[in-house]
Design a protein around this ligand. Structure first.
Ligand code: IVH
Length: 671
């Protein structure tokens, strides 16, 4: 008779092997009944002898206890997105640009299916799945380990030889057949149906209760390696795909290595011809440079690698009615017309709005309210009006659309930026712009304040609860007013305040990006944060100085200095700093050994040569943290003249007290 440990191991190995044959290789070797018996035997064994349970046990695929929320996961390497090509010429342009940059005559490429799901990053340590996270904004994702573990085709334990720490990336999706089954069942149970497989996959993966996730038949294709603790295990992307496969992970069988553009075009044609037969959604083809050395040389621009491009399939088109042309005022004052459409379903998604880009577009297409139009939607792109339908008929009341001369929000004169074909409202006292700026500031990619969407901002703005970004931080003093005036309940309010409080920990880069300065994107915000270290330094930046920073050109430099020339903007920054929103950029590589790094400081009293803010900045610059009250976690109290009760508390708790001189010498010693 085997010991329970041995018996459990045998069962684990047998079930894991059967799972791989069934879910990854598509070659089942045992019957469902046999599988069920083994599985239940293992569950019973683990219940009786809990110590035999291991993290790689297939019983883990049932899901764990519900979580309270997802932890953030900072990606070790950014999860990039892809530039798009919509026709052969654009692929050719990309190819020619690439061989020119590499100074080669031809280039090996890998063509792959672009799976329409959600990107995922999975970590294995010594071959055991230890963590999985969503892409999020590419820098920070959400940890969804328990849910990913429930996906049948995900290996909990790798086979063969592998680096000690290993990140594999891929796409989680819901097969189309399962999506239809799921919706049928939801309909039967009177539940709202999912709009498309991608949304339902995303909803399933982000369930806090992984036992619900485990019931959704999610699937995965792994398509690349991320971080590895041992870099030189392969030299091409195609080799890495093969290696991933040898570890037992599921890769897509349609990946193909090619060595000419012609082969790329043939690949695309062959996939377009069989696309309908696949049981998963694809929205294009990904073309990647095979050599990893070349990929390194090519690098990336913004969030898009130069070494890969996505060819997007032509969008599906439909006819509908253009009911009304509306005007939107964006965060940067750009005036964008948009179309209110008679709802129509494309690729399973109901479309009732389309962008009209700009004034010229309406003139060129001669679009009028009431017209029958052809609209299209491609993947994640905003639906567009392609042209007026051939079936369109107009009666006498049909009128040409008159583009406004004044801002529909603040009535100031609109200005045409001819070069970019954008009509703009250049007033900085425009309500719509302010509302959009607040929305941008609170968004996931900036300060990540949950529960502050555009609807609530509009509501707060119209009742004067919020008039600018800084007012967000005053919401905690306006509880009664908010509960009385808005549609917000107490629970939602408390969550909002908690999320606002958390935003104090956002980085300087996110804060700069959140301000919404024209032309300053997330990447340039990173460069500015690194160079200026604090928002206080940035407001005094000169154009000359800004041009020193790699990546910042004249237009952005001018835009930054003009932004900070505006009195209201300078006042806003001052207000933010006063509120305590003053993140400092810390170069961890430089300061990691400094004694101040990670130490908690409390400051009290007045100082001779520095203001409190300057001292705070010095501490933060060196990686230290500021706290407003003394506790046993405090490392230093920095005391000036006429200190408050904090000094006494520090003495009671035996915490090291520094005067200004001692603090400065501490800084010096460390540098
Ligand atoms: S490569 C930098 N390969 O497409 C390389 N991505 O628009 C990016 N995707 O977020 C990843 N199938 O979620 C790659 N075979 C494939 C893919 C794929 C789908 C998704 C992925 C990514 C998005 C980029």
């Amino acid at each position: 008779m085997n010991k329970p440990e041995e018996k459990a191991k045998i069962l684990r190995d047998e079930i894991n092997k059967a799972n791989k044959l069934y879910y990854v290789d598509d070659k089942p070797q045992i019957s469902d009944h046999e599988w069920d018996n083994k599985f239940h035997e293992l569950i019973a064994l683990e219940k009786e002898f809990p110590h035999v349970k291991t993290p790689d046990s297939p019983t883990q695929k049932i899901g764990a206890q519900p979580a309270n929320g997802f932890n953030e996961h900072k990606h070790l390497l950014p999860m990039l997105s892809l530039g798009n090509a919509f026709n052969e010429d654009q692929i050719k342009d990309w190819y020619e640009r690439t061989i020119k940059l590499l100074e080669v005559k031809n280039l090996d490429l890998v063509c792959e299916l672009k799976i329409d799901g959600l990107a995922i990053s999975i970590f294995y340590e010594n071959g055991l799945l230890t963590k999985a996270a969503t892409r999020g904004d590419g820098i920070t994702g959400e940890e969804v380990t328990e849910n990913v573990k429930t996906i049948r085709s995900v290996q909990l334990v790798l086979e063969g030889k592998f680096p000690e720490i290993l990140e594999i990336r891929g796409e989680v999706f819901l097969p189309i057949s399962k999506f239809n089954e799921l919706n049928e069942e939801r309909k039967k149970n009177g539940l709202e149906i999912y709009v498309n497989p991608r949304n339902s996959a995303s909803g399933s993966l982000r369930q806090l209760d992984s036992s619900i996730s485990s019931k959704r038949p999610l699937d995965i294709f792994l398509y690349s390696l991320g971080y590895t603790s041992n870099d030189s295990i392969f030299s091409t992307h195609s080799e890495s795909l093969n290696i991933i496969k040898t570890w037992g992970c599921k890769t897509n069988n349609f990946s193909k290595k090619v060595s000419s553009l012609e082969e790329v075009f043939n690949y695309i044609k062959s996939i377009e011809n069989m696309r309908e037969k696949l049981d998963y959604g694809i929205d294009g083809i990904v073309i990647k440079v095979d050599s990893l050395h070349y990929q390194n040389i090519l690098g990336h621009v913004g969030r898009e690698p130069r070494w890969a491009i996505a060819y997007k399939f032509p969008a599906e088109q439909h006819e509908t009615i253009l009911k009304k042309i509306n005007i939107n005022v964006g965060r940067t004052g750009a005036i964008t017309p948009w179309a209110d459409l008679e709802p129509v379903v494309i690729d399973g998604v109901t479309i009732s709005r389309a962008t009209l880009h700009n004034r010229e577009e309406i003139i060129r297409k001669d679009l009028r309210e009431g017209d029958k139009v052809i609209i299209q939607r491609a993947g994640d792109v905003i639906p567009q009006i392609v042209k007026i339908s051939e079936n369109n008929t107009r009666n006498n009341s049909s009128e040409k659309f008159l583009f406004p001369k004044n801002c529909p929000s603040c009535n100031s004169n609109l200005v045409l930026d001819k070069e970019n074909a954008i009509t703009r409202c250049i007033s900085y006292r425009c309500s719509d712009q302010t509302i959009r700026t607040i929305e941008h500031f609170a968004s996931k990619v900036a300060m990540n304040i949950e529960g502050l969407g555009v609807k609530i901002i509009q509501e707060f703005y119209s009742s004067k609860i919020i008039t600018n970004i800084a007012d967000i931080y005053k919401l905690k003093h306006k509880k009664e007013q908010i509960l009385l005036l808005s549609n917000m309940g107490e629970k939602k309010y408390n969550n909002l305040i908690a999320s606002i409080d958390n935003s104090y920990d956002q980085t300087l880069e996110k804060l700069i990006f959140g301000l919404g300065i024209l032309g300053v994107g997330s990447e340039s915000s990173g460069w500015l944060a690194k160079y200026y270290k604090s928002i206080n330094n940035l407001i005094n930046a000169t154009e000359y100085e800004l041009l020193e920073i790699d990546g910042i050109g004249e237009i952005i430099a001018k835009s930054i200095t003009s932004y900070f020339k505006i009195k209201e903007n300078r006042e806003l920054i001052k207000e933010l700093i006063d509120i305590g929103l003053n993140p400092i950029y810390v170069d961890e590589d430089i300061y990691i050994n400094n004694l101040i790094y990670n130490q908690i400081f409390v400051i009290t009293g007045k100082f001779e040569s520095f203001s409190r803010l300057e001292l705070e900045n010095k501490i933060k610059l060196n990686g230290g943290k500021i706290s407003s009250s003394v506790s046993k976690n405090t490392n230093y109290v920095l005391a000036g003249e006429s200190p408050g009760s904090k000094l006494n508390n520090a003495k009671k708790l035996n915490i090291k007290i520094l005067n200004e001189k001692e603090f400065l010498s501490l800084l010096k010693i460390q540098k």
